[in-house]
Design a binder for this molecule. Structure first.
Ligand code: G4P
Length: 525
């Protein structure tokens, strides 16, 4: 197969939702339908506590699980479908944002009873910023939920784009009878409690009389709604969907394995293949022959005896083959992985070859950071991996001063992984940790002890925010650093940041130094 056809048959998407909407269940059913697994239960069994917890044992478990199942590849209708999971806990939202930079589309799962919830809203924002096409799945139709028309209204409001229903429910809750496929003009009849792929009963709408007789008011209501929607909702428009200007909506019940195949088919039929990607120098086509990719996630090994890490790389062009020589562009050094894996369903397997759209994992002992561009040789640099200015700060105090070397090493690695942001103050004071969510501090404290043998105390800090700093000329920058030295620090990537003690402090500093630029977001350069 040619590069172009290998690229065209790939679909890489993230699944996003508020906790408990049914993301794990749906993931499992997608795997089931693609034939990657045969009996439901295997993904679910690996899922640790769903609920927010500050118990670090749970965090560890989640971390283990996310290594195992954060990327899943499946084959469906001769397409290679790469599914990327997004961490559920809000304190790890930075991770999620970065995952969203590595996909070509997103599948949003919504609980029919709860509608669009807080965390989904934040994820939507990120997709919107990047114009990522979104498919919507309204889950739990077997439970009493909101009226589907009202739900569509809400999704439309929240997403800021029209919804185009592709399937429509007949009944809901106890009376849930099935879904009408609006394109194929048939109704798939609901059967509860299936954990295998079975043949559902599908009835053509030519036999609407029989369906009306069987499902009575619910069917008539669905017919009326469909009628209404055909006037009120726009028709599905591929271009508008790909430009993130409308979202196709599907209804179903993941736990009952119902309405899921429609979603999988839509991923193949509607979701886009890998797109060209802009680098600092040129636009790179996915079917170019030379390999290039970006590290969008770094995960430490679960086994503390091995200090190695997996760098998750999204391939943007060319083909990866086993043993290939690759370079990390930031350092110019050769990447020497101990192993390279792909993520077939949930097993990690040595990768034979990978193409644009695929995710591969390089196990290394260091030398790679989040955001690194990896190529066969060309000096390409992709941008766009976001780091958000932390809002929470704590100062690190070492329990045993003899361990300062280990602390440096540990913090550097955790910083590179993106587990936390590390700031070294200009004035030489205690190192500072910056986080977006409180839980990140606990994870880091625990991991420093477990993986680096370093015990630290975390002390309150007077800072409430950070801004990365740039200036148009070196002279202006020097003037600023001389004047504000006490509040400046370098982060793990040696980027200069201004630490602020209040919003007022920032405003004042900006007023005093109008030629300095203060950035709340840093993109890996
Ligand atoms: P998440 O990954 O988004 O956090 O959600 P998850 O799939 O774990 O699903 C959350 C809960 O919702 C689970 O119930 C799951 O069984 C249930 N669920 C998922 N899809 C459906 C559906 O279509 N209909 C109904 N009625 N429930 C659904 P749980 O009781 O919390 O866990 P479990 O003991 O059933 O595993």
């Amino acid at each position: 197969m040619s590069f172009a056809s290998e690229t065209r048959r790939r679909r890489t998407f993230a699944i996003i939702s508020h906790p408990d909407a049914g993301k794990t269940t749906l993931t499992e059913k997608l795997l089931l339908f693609s034939g990657a697994i045969h009996i439901a239960g295997s993904v679910k069994a690996r899922k640790a506590s769903r609920h927010a917890t500050s118990d670090w044992m749970e965090i560890e478990k989640q971390r283990g699980i996310s290594v195992a199942s954060s990327v899943m590849q499946m084959l469906y209708r001769d397409h290679v479908v790469n599914l990327l999971d997004t961490p559920g806990h809000k304190d790890f939202s930075e991770d999620t944002y970065r995952v969203l930079t590595a996909v070509d589309s997103a599948l949003m799962v919504i609980d029919a009873a709860n509608g669009v919830e807080a965390q989904t809203r934040r994820l939507i924002e990120v997709c919107r910023q990047r114009d990522t096409p979104i498919l919507t799945f309204v889950n739990k139709m077997d439970r009493e939920g909101r009226d589907p028309i009202a739900l569509l209204d809400e999704i439309e409001q929240e997403l800021g784009m029209p919804c185009v229903p592709m399937t429509w429910p007949v009944g809901q809750g106890k009376a849930f009878a099935g879904i009408i496929n609006l394109r194929q003009k048939n109704m798939r009849l609901f059967k509860a409690g299936q954990d295998r792929v079975t043949d559902d009963e599908v009835v053509s709408l030519d036999q609407a009389d029989a369906l009306r007789a069987r499902f009575g008011h619910d069917f008539e209501q669905a017919e009326q709604n469909i009628e209404l929607l055909s006037e009120a909702a726009p028709a599905f428009d591929m271009e508008a969907f790909l430009a993130a200007k409308q979202t196709p909506v599907f209804f179903g019940s993941a736990v009952n394995n119902f309405g899921v195949q429609e979603v999988l088919d839509a991923l193949v039929d509607l979701a886009p293949p890998p797109a060209p990607r802009q680098s600092t120098t040129r636009l790179v086509q996915p079917d170019e022959e030379a390999f290039s990719g970006v590290v969008f996630k770094v995960q430490a090994n679960m086994d503390p005896a091995h200090r190695d890490r997996i760098a998750f790389v999204r391939v943007y062009s060319g083909r990866y083959t086993q043993g290939m020589k690759l370079k990390v562009q930031r350092t110019g050094k050769e990447l020497r992985p101990t192993s390279v894996v792909t993520f077939l369903s949930q097993r990690r397997e040595a990768v034979d070859e990978a193409y644009a759209g695929d995710i591969i994992g390089f196990t290394t002992h260091g030398g790679v950071q989040l955001g690194d561009t990896i190529t066969e040789g060309e000096a390409l640099q992709y941008t766009g991996l976001p780091f958000f200015a932390p809002e929470l700060f704590q100062a690190v105090e070492l329990a045993n001063p003899m361990k300062s070397k280990q602390l440096q090493a540990g913090l550097m690695q955790l910083g590179e992984e993106g587990a936390i942001q590390v700031f070294r103050p200009h004035d030489g004071g205690a190192m500072l940790l910056g986080a977006v969510g409180q839980l990140q501090f606990e994870v880091v404290q625990h991991r420093l002890k477990a993986e680096y043998g370093v015990e630290v105390r975390l002390m309150p800090s007077r800072y409430v925010g950070a801004r990365w700093v740039t200036a148009d000329t070196p002279e202006e920058l020097k003037k600023f650093t001389d004047a504000s030295s006490a509040k400046l620090a370098l982060d793990a990537a040696d980027t200069l940041a201004y630490l602020m003690t209040s919003p007022y402090d920032l405003r004042l500093t900006q007023e005093r130094h109008p030629k300095i630029h203060f950035h709340p977001l840093r993109e890996h350069a």
